[in-house]
Design a protein around this ligand. Structure first.
Ligand SMILES: Cc1ncc(C[n+]2csc(CCOP(=O)(O)OP(=O)(O)O)c2C)c(N)n1
Ligand code: SF4
Ligand SMILES: [Mg+2]
Length: 351
């Protein structure tokens, strides 16, 4: 319960990261979600990723919309900035915050209802603009908070808990993100922490719009036979194209891999992603091939996961707009109102 404070005391031997923080320093309030909800596993993965990257919690801003998924930022990073916006409006609030202060690390957390229905336009424009953020959709195929109506990501033919069949076509967030120019696109599963944690870490280090579609079963309304977003269905149909094993730049590859099965991607900030290829012919640097592959495999009933596309040359909205490197919210009055003489000089330069 959110009103139950977590005890602050912890074992003195708890491991600490480079900043001297323990895992506990990245946690939030006690979750009020249903026991077993996939969303809680995603919160745990976010906590682990931020702990392992030794991120200063006060340099992170977490933003969300409305839904069980959008409630989750309360349950992680309790010492970070947070903004719980209205339904479907997280992306524009995040974009505004990012423009005002480029120095924070932005984590947008949303649901399939929040981002694929009411917030679809907002989602689309934040992705196509390349806002520097990690955008996670906790995708359960239903509106969990409002008691299990089909969402726009529910597959046609999938059944509700009461047996109603979804007749609408589904909306694939991955396909849309690829088409809109997202420079980091991944799909994962809340039940696969070993895949999800490195993906979140890589997305955090990525410059530009990083999108993760995380299948996250709703145990209350969409975890039955006939659902394509249940734990059993995703486990049985999960086809990982690669695994992100290592991602710190200078470490040697310690595991023994067959030639051609590891791919190294150097990101803009110098961080190195090491991808263990499971499908050796899958190329995560080819946007069009990724779109085709995903459509084909989806038609065959597979849930393709892994790092599906990454552009190592990515840029972000600030780079595109050529904004000053100093965060806009730190500019003083003399910068913002430089006076009539500066204006006259500027106008003269345009004549
Ligand atoms: C403007 C507006 N319309 C409708 C609602 C009702 N509503 C609340 S949450 C929600 C859907 C949430 O679904 P999703 O984003 O998938 O989150 P989940 O609960 O499944 O994690 C809806 C329709 C609302 N809060 N505000
Ligand atoms: S209703 Fe579904 S999505 Fe919401 S907390 Fe319960 S299991 Fe999770
Ligand atoms: Mg949902």
């Amino acid at each position: 319960m959110t009103y139950l404070a977590k005890p602050k005391l912890h074992h003195p031997e708890l491991p600490t990261n480079k900043l001297g923080f323990t895992h506990r320093d990245y946690e939030g309030s006690v979750s009020t979600l249903c026991a077993g909800c996939g969303h809680d596993s995603i919160s745990a993965a976010i906590i682990q990723a931020c702990f392992e990257l030794s991120l200063p919690p006060h340099r992170i801003a977490k933003l969300s919309g409305i839904g069980c998924s959008s409630k989750t930022p309360t349950y992680f990073l309790g010492a970070s900035h947070g903004f719980n916006s209205v339904h479907g409006r997280m992306p524009s609030v995040l974009t505004g915050a990012n423009l005002a202060n480029r120095d924070l690390l932005y984590l947008g957390v949303s649901g399939d209802g929040d981002s694929a229905s009411i917030g679809l336009g907002q989602f689309a424009h934040s992705i196509r603009r390349g806002v520097n953020m990690v955008y996670i959709v906790e995708n359960n195929g239903v509106y969990g908070l409002t008691k299990g109506q089909f969402s726009a990501t529910a597959d046609p033919g999938s059944k509700s808990k009461r047996g109603a069949v979804n007749t609408d076509a589904s909306l694939d967030m991955i396909g849309i993100a690829l088409q809109l120019g997202a420079t980091f696109v991944a799909r994962s599963f809340s039940g696969d922490k070993s895949q999800l944690v490195p993906l979140i870490k890589a997305a955090i280090l990525h410059e530009g719009a990083a999108f993760i579609d995380c299948i996250s079963p709703c145990v209350a309304f969409n975890n039955h036979p006939g659902s394509t977003k249940s734990f059993d269905y995703v486990r049985e149909h999960n086809e990982a194209v690669n695994r992100l094993d290592f991602m710190t730049g200078r470490e040697p590859i310690t595991a023994d891999y067959a030639p051609g099965t590891v791919e190294t991607v150097v990101q803009h900030d110098g961080s190195v992603l090491r991808l263990r290829k499971i499908h050796t012919d899958y190329d995560p640097n080819n946007r069009i091939a990724a779109m085709n592959y995903l459509q084909e495999r989806q038609a065959a009933g597979e849930v393709v996961t892994g790092l599906l596309y990454v552009d190592p040359e990515s840029g972000d909205l600030h780079r595109h707009l050529n904004t000053v490197t100093q965060p806009l919210n730190e500019l003083g009055e003399s910068d913002l109102v430089p006076g009539a003489a500066v204006l006259a000089k500027f106008n003269a330069s345009l004549r």
